[in-house]
Design a protein around this ligand. Structure first.
Ligand code: AMP
Ligand code: ZN
Length: 135
C-alpha cells in the first residue's frame, strides 16, 4: 500500500525493527534515533492517529502492553527510572501519525529533564480560572 504509514509498515513486516515486546495488541521496538539507551516505542498494531481515535477497552489493552514493555526494558537495561509518554498531536511534537508511547530509560546524572522540561508557558489565566472549566 503506497500510502501506508511507516509504523503500519513495521507492523506489516515491510520495514525491519528491533522488537522489544509484542502481544496481540501492540508491537514495541527500539527507536531508530534513540534519545537514551534503550529508547523504545510502543505502537498499537491497528492504525490510530491519536489517543482520541480508539475506544477505552482498546486503550486499556494497549496500556497493558506499554507496561509490559516497560517491565522488559527495566529488566534488561536496569535504568534508575524512566519517562513514559505520548506526543499526542502535531503541536505536542507528534511526527509519526500513528499513536505511540515513548519509553525513555533514565539514569542518575544522564543530563535529561523531566516532563516539566517540555514547556514552561502557563498562559495568562490563573489556576482558579482554569478550574472553573471543570466545574
Ligand atoms: P514522535 O515525534 O513522537 O512522532 O516520534 C516518532 C519516533 O519514531 C521518533 O523518536 C523516531 O526516531 C521514531 N522512528 C521513526 N521511524 C522509525 C523506525 N523505522 N524505526 C524505529 N523508530 C522510528
Ligand atoms: Zn499506521
Amino acid at each position: 500500500m503506497a500510502d501506508k504509514c511507516i509504523f503500519c509498515g513495521i507492523v506489516g513486516g515491510e520495514i525491519p525493527n528491533h522488537t522489544v515486546y509484542e502481544d496481540s495488541m501492540v508491537l514495541a521496538f527500539l527507536d531508530i534515533f534513540p534519545h537514551a539507551k534503550g529508547h523504545t516505542v510502543v505502537i498499537p498494531k491497528d492504525h490510530f492517529e491519536s489517543l482520541w481515535d480508539m475506544d477505552t477497552d482498546t486503550f486499556q489493552s494497549i496500556l497493558a502492553g506499554v507496561r509490559a514493555t516497560a517491565g522488559r526494558v527495566q529488566a534488561r537495561l536496569k535504568p534508575d527510572g524512566m519517562n513514559i509518554g505520548i506526543n499526542n498531536g502535531k503541536s505536542a511534537g507528534q511526527v509519526v501519525p500513528h499513536v505511540h508511547w515513548h519509553i525513555i530509560p533514565r539514569w542518575e546524572g544522564d543530563g535529561g529533564g523531566s516532563m516539566h522540561s517540555i514547556i514552561k508557558n502557563p498562559g495568562d489565566k490563573s489556576v482558579d480560572e482554569i478550574a472553573k472549566l471543570f466545574k
